[in-house]
Design a protein around this ligand. Structure first.
Ligand code: PLP
Length: 460
């Protein structure tokens, strides 16, 4: 089982190499050389068993079966629901898959809890350590902090824009109490944080010295771990039944995992709607066949305020018939001009992959939060509401819909209260932990200062 770059550079690498590297050395994204055929979950199989089987198929020889089962057991034992990703019926033929049962109440826990253990295991085997740096405007930082806290081989440094993220989201990152987690509150915006992370990676000397790595949504381990719950949904709702998945999308990692599950034979038919907010980049690409850089728009669903959906590159690679020259050319042109039209030989196949997109604006998102509460009693988070609204628009007679609920409403209390007048309470398991003291270091929005802090953190 080997992984190659969407841009064609470098030799094929194994699963662990691809996951530890994150981005391929030529700037492309890793994809499997061929998609393994994986059997669907057997009746009675637990979530952990399914995860170990699917992730085992992606890992190939690079990880033993017993090790994989142990990593998956550890990853999912902290989830509040025994099914990890339970389904609830919210209307005739419409289900919501609850992906927020993990420690930080967002779907990112599902992949991050696994990847943290994977890193620790792989690094211990090699006798190495690594410094993971991530910029966050929302759920990623908290999920990473919870997952990596206390692990031996990894130092985690999280950059968040000071006083520009919600208090609940900040608390999830700053209260781990773990010595290997460093929180930097940067006196700048999210783009400044992300730009500095990119600059640190581009400085090869620095990156090698502190052994820099990233776990953002292009990391193959995240995609692989997310494909598991698609397989579980298919098995739970009945083999042979065609499902339409509606996925609140930003960088498209979650949606791509559905495509991957389908390619591995884990889904019976494949139809997936990427639900986006007013940041319409994904809709433009899938519907109009165009990539165009535009400024980010602030919306009630901030985790989806993404202007360049990074995992789209993997989709374009497949749509082009795995033509890495074409993909390199497209992204080269896009980097130059900020705009590129997809050629017909990509657009044609792209239209036949089962992927589409719907954009839902802020007013409709608020409306959907209110409507969902009234009709089902569930308080849904603003991201999930974008998905629920898109589901109403794309509903067809006889088609079963599965809306992915990507975060718990309690992470966005202001929006939920404004829409419904109800206050979403944090589950008790989180409330207690978030009461412990916060630890973060305030730094100026200045590369040398941030690099210094990362360097100090790397040698703890
Ligand atoms: C990250 C996130 C998304 C978007 O997921 P992608 O994989 O980037 O498309 C949606 N909802 C929530 C709550 C998130 O945290």
């Amino acid at each position: 089982m080997k992984y190659i770059s969407t841009r064609g550079g470098g030799a094929p690498v194994d699963f662990l190499e691809a996951c530890l590297a994150g981005l391929a050395p030529d700037g492309g994204l890793f994809v499997p050389e061929t998609y393994p055929k994986i059997a669907p979950p057997a009746p009675g199989e637990t979530y952990v068993d399914t995860a170990a089987r699917i992730l085992g198929a992606f890992a190939g020889d690079s990880l033993g079966e017993t090790d994989m089962l142990r990593l998956c057991t550890k990853a999912y034992e902290g989830f509040a629901h025994r099914l990890v990703a339970p389904l609830v019926e919210v209307g005739p033929g419409r289900w919501m898959m609850q992906l927020h049962e993990g420690p930080t109440l967002a779907f990112k826990d599902v992949a991050m809890q696994f990847i943290a253990r994977l890193y620790d295991h792989a690094l211990a085997a090699r006798g190495e350590t690594m410094t993971i740096v991530c910029a966050t405007s929302g759920d990623t930082g908290g999920a990473a902090a919870a997952a990596f806290a206390g692990l031996e081989r990894v130092r985690l440094v999280i950059l968040h824009p000071h006083e520009r993220i919600s208090p609940v989201q900040r608390l999830f990152m700053t209260t781990t109490g773990a010595p290997n987690v460093t929180n930097l509150a940067v006196e700048g915006d999210f783009d400044a944080c992300q730009a500095m992370v990119k600059q640190m990676f581009a400085d090869r000397e620095f990156a090698d010295r502190v052994r820099l790595s990233g776990v953002n949504s292009i990391n193959w381990a995240r995609i692989a771990a997310q494909s598991v719950y698609y397989a579980r949904a298919q098995a739970a709702l009945g083999a042979g039944r065609a499902l339409q998945f509606i996925v609140p999308s930003g960088n498209m990692g979650d949606a791509l995992a559905g495509y991957v599950a389908a390619r591995c034979g884990l889904l019976d038919g494949f139809e997936l709607v990427c639900a986006v907010n007013d940041n319409r980049a994904l809709a433009e690409a899938l519907e109009a066949g165009r990539m165009r850089r535009s400024p980010a728009v602030a919306t009630p669903s901030p985790a989806m305020d993404i202007t360049v959906p990074s995992n789209l590159e993997r989709v374009l690679f497949e749509a082009s018939g795995r033509d890495s020259d074409l993909v390199s050319g497209l992204y080269g042109a896009f980097a130059q001009s900020g705009e590129v039209a997809l050629p017909e030989r990509v657009r044609g196949p792209l239209g036949c992959m089962g992927l589409s997109a719907r954009s839902i604006d802020a007013a409709r998102t608020h409306d959907e939060i209110r409507r969902s509460a009234a009709e089902t009693g569930w308080l849904v988070c603003p991201h999930t509401a974008v998905g629920m609204a898109a589901a109403r628009e794309t509903a067809r007679e006889g088609v079963t819909q599965v809306v992915l609920a990507t975060a718990h409403a309690a992470k966005f209390p202001e929006t939920i209260e404004a829409a419904t007048g109800r206050h979403p309470n944090l589950p008790e398991r989180c409330a207690a932990r978030l009461d412990s003291g916060e630890v973060f270091e305030r730094v100026p929005s200045d590369l040398p200062a941030v690099r210094d802090a990362v360097e100090r953190a790397s040698v703890i």
